[in-house]
Design a protein around this ligand. Sequence first.
Ligand SMILES: *Cc1c(COP(=O)(O)O)cnc(C)c1O
Length: 432
Amino acid sequence: MEYYSLNGRSPKVSFQEAVVRGLAPDKGLYFPSSIPKLPNSFFDKLPSLTNEEIAIEVIKPYVNIEIPDLELERILHETLDFDIPVVPVEQDVSCLELYHGPTFAFKDVGARFMARCLGYFSQMEDESENVTVLVATSGDTGGAVAHGFYKVPGVEVVILYPKGKVSEVQEKQLTTLGENITAFEVEGTFDDCQAMVKRAFLDQDFQEKRKLTSANSINVARWLPQMFYYFLAYKQLLPLQKPVVFSIPSGNYGNICAGMMAQQMGLPIHHFVAGTNANKVVPDFLSTGNYRPRPSIATISNAMDVGDPSNFVRIQKIYGDDFGRLKKALSSFTYSDEKTRKAMLQLYKEQGYITDPHGAVGYLALKAYLKENSEVQGVFLETAHPIKFLNVLPQEIIDALEINSAVNELLQKQKKADKISAYGELKNYLLR
Ligand SMILES: *Cc1c(COP(=O)(O)O)cnc(C)c1O
């Protein structure tokens, strides 16, 4: 398998090069040169396979022989060493809980997988090939990346986050590790952080001196392992013998796009639903046919505050840039913070189920779809644990949440982050 740039002006590369580069030289996202179909025999034996066995069959064609089987098995074993359960919530509605990893958000799977791939590649190279992972976060990416890359030899991590716009748990997760992890608190918004990262990638001064890569879902090693969720959920839902609809709370559209890849590989997914907060470029696109990016708006589901989702070009590619085909495969709905809070309270009071604000958006979007479509099993993805969002949850829910010892310990830790407000300060640090 090779990877090509969706901008079409860069040479094809190996998996390793796509991972190390992050973005192609022409600034396009990498995309696999083909999407392999899994054989019927795989689906026949799916019910009896372990999570790791499923993951290896799914990811192997994309990794090629660039990572030996035994090593890949070890990587997947470490990546998937927590539960990924589907739990019933109400009639026709289940929740896929993706928050049982170390930083309580789904990004742990992609970040851990990418960190271990990069660690393997840099261990194969000499020291001059050390890599710096530079990443902007609106909340959850930072913690998952910090945790995933912590003490990985040959990899330094620099995280930018917007001051005052991440929750306390999120902030502590990315500012308290130390070692090879450095965090900068940026005077500005997530868009400002993102702009600094983009500028660094374009900066010629780094070309010779430092290998920079990204750990956002533009990186294929962060994006592709997200396919696992859909296979693992599907396996758990098989006994219901109903068509499965996934509703995904979406920001950069990496997670949902991985689901679409799983479907292309042969996984029988009936339909996709994208739930969004006030950042509604995609629902607007699906209703008007016009793709109009705009500045991001701050909401209580901060990990989805994205005004120009970077993975949308990949989605377009999957559906052959055909608006009609995409519209058949994907529905999308947008919700205000007020509706999101109401849904959290309603779910808690009526079903005794607590979601975080992102999961609640996924739930609402699923319900909107189910209103018009029956005879399917709906699954919304709960992308983070509610405990990460104590600052925005209704008090009744906070009172019902158990603050576990891991979170208490984390909150006791001392934050360590330098403040920056301009690109020059980041650059000085990277060129030090
Ligand atoms: C990152 C994140 C999302 C959005 O995922 P995308 O792949 O960017 O669409 C949703 N919910 C939570 C909790 C997240 O951390």
